[in-house]
Design a protein around this ligand. Structure first.
Ligand code: BES
Ligand code: MN
Ligand code: ZN
Length: 491
């Protein structure tokens, strides 16, 4: 879809204008203007009870007296001053549905006048576009019958403010990153394997001169001593590939990079510690971390952010097999620490620990890993907040700030040294699981042993990377949070 921002008269040559109305006789500016031109027609609708302004209400009017625009779509905005971000999202979706149902191709949106939770105009427009793009998303590649294309082609926001142009630009880049992340994550695991992840990375790298790709294959991993990563991959006949997207775009090309590391388990059956059958298909989403890193790299390349960023897609597959790694195995990781495997289903940390050691060579400014790491994180936080773990207070507040700005929510979980106690092994330096309690934190604590040489934060997205149920599918989270974090890094 196309988006524009320009000031226009209420009465104009477009198919439809969209205005908001509040409850309790408090009206938006455009509402009052139309009411005046139509000699109280809108007020009449309020008096008769046909129009309440309640959230969820939409009313499409045609051929209003004195208004040359053919249609006016009125959107209920609830009580003035009480609109939350979630309700604003709902209201944008209501607008979209009404415009689609009426087969409208171009509309001018005056909802720029509503202020959800005191957010500014920039936010209002950016969030509207992200919501629309998210709502219009379809993954029908494997359906014989494709979804019908939507009628709406152009949405014009009624403002000429500079911030609006920036909001459109940011929203479109983020939406395109989110879409890319959802597309790869939704892809079935017989298509999306580690090689597929690296092919996608190659395609992306070819589209931007600031992007280049490095792929580490299993032979190189063996030479580097990435034995934990390799152990996880051994049960699969799809070889592992770690793909590194280098975005070198800072004014000073030698600026230390920000590194994003994404868990890329294209399927996680649990290995010899096999998972139960129910919902196992959802473990195709165990590469959601890598997908979100990919989407973020796409977004920042489109925005041409003056930053150096490296995105790592740690591709691997965890299957049981005669050659698979076993519980009891002791692995020597790339940084020299030995790990006793007590559960082959705690594989994400084994792949990540070597990826996190590998990226030390870039002398990173900071490293953020993103991983569908633990069911325990979902138990703790549910499916609305990603788990954020870090001992770097500044990094925590910057990430929480980006989460707040985008509503791509995150909540901090502890990572203090006490959790290390649970990772003790009688035979090796570390065990790969920490027992029953605090599973998200013990997983984070495991990784902390491999991130001592740089600033680091860990995002557990096990609960947020996809939704279950009738609308099952990848969410593209936390592309929005990460891209916002990076936008904020531009000084
Ligand atoms: N990929 C899973 C985590 C997961 C589970 C994400 C369910 C989303 C939904 C991870 O590899 C895993 O299996 N973790 C185990 C760790 C346990 C063995 C310590 C878990 O959470 O059960
Ligand atoms: Mn697992
Ligand atoms: Zn996993």
């Amino acid at each position: 879809m196309k988006y524009q921002a320009k000031l226009t008269a209420l009465s104009q040559a477009t198919e439809c204008i969209v205005i908001g109305v509040y409850e309790n006789n408090e009206f938006s500016k455009s509402f009052n203007e139309i009411d005046l031109t139509t000699q109280g027609y809108l007020n009449g609708l309020i008096q008769s009870g046909e129009l309440s302004g309640k959230l969820g209400q939409t009313l499409l009017l045609r051929d209003l007296n004195g208004i040359s625009t053919k249609r006016v779509l009125i959107i209920g905005c609830g009580k003035k001053g009480e609109l939350s971000e979630r309700q604003y999202k709902q209201l944008i979706q209501n607008m979209l549905k009404a415009l689609k149902d009426a087969n409208i191709r171009e509309a001018v949106c005056y909802l720029t006048e509503v202020e959800p939770n005191n957010r500014d105009l920039y936010w209002n427009i950016r969030f509207a576009i992200e919501t629309i793009e998210h709502t219009n998303y379809q993954f029908d590649q494997f359906k014989s019958k494709k979804a019908e294309p939507i009628s709406l082609e152009t949405l014009i926001f009624n403002t000429d403010c500079q911030q609006a142009q920036l909001a459109i630009k940011h929203a479109q880049a983020i939406a395109s990153g989110v879409k890319a992340a959802r597309d790869i994550a939704n892809m079935p695991p017989n298509v999306c394997n580690p090689a597929y992840l690296s092919e996608q990375a190659r395609n992306l790298a070819e589209k931007s001169t600031a992007l280049s790709l490095d792929v580490i294959d299993e032979k190189m991993m063996a030479e580097l001593g990435m034995n934990a990563y390799l152990a996880v991959s051994r049960g699969s006949s799809n070889p592992a590939y770690m793909s590194l997207l280098h975005f070198n775009n800072a004014a000073d090309k030698n600026t230390k990079p920000i590194v994003l590391v994404g868990k890329g388990l294209t399927f996680d059956a649990g290995g010899i510690s096999l998972k139960p059958a129910a919902d196992m298909d959802e473990m195709k989403y165990d590469m959601g971390g890598a997908a979100s890193v990919f989407g973020t790299m796409k977004a920042i390349a489109e925005l041409n952010l003056p930053l150096n960023v490296i995105g790592v897609l740690a591709g691997c597959e965890n299957l049981p097999d005669g050659n698979a790694y076993r519980p009891g195995d002791i692995l020597t990781t790339m940084n020299g620490l030995t790990v006793e495997v007590l559960n082959t289903d705690a594989e994400g940390r084994l792949v990540l620990c070597d990826a996190l050691t590998y990226v030390e060579r870039f002398e990173p400014e900071l490293v953020i890993d993103v991983a569908t790491l633990t069911g325990a994180c979902v138990v703790a936080l549910g499916q609305h907040n990603s788990g954020l773990m870090s001992e770097d207070e500044n990094l925590v507040s910057e990430l929480l700030n980006a989460a707040q700005q985008t509503t791509d929510k995150a909540w901090r979980l502890p990572l203090s040294e006490e959790y290390q106690e649970q990772l003790k092994s009688p035979f090796a330096d570390l065990a790969n699981i920490g027992g029953r309690w605090g599973g998200a934190s013990t997983a984070g604590a495991f990784l902390a042993n491999f991130t001592k040489n740089y600033r680091w934060a860990h995002l557990d997205i096990a609960g947020t990377a996809w939704v279950q149920g009738a609308n099952k599918g990848a969410t593209g989270r936390p592309v929005s949070l990460l891209t916002q974090f990076l936008i904020n890094q531009v000084k």
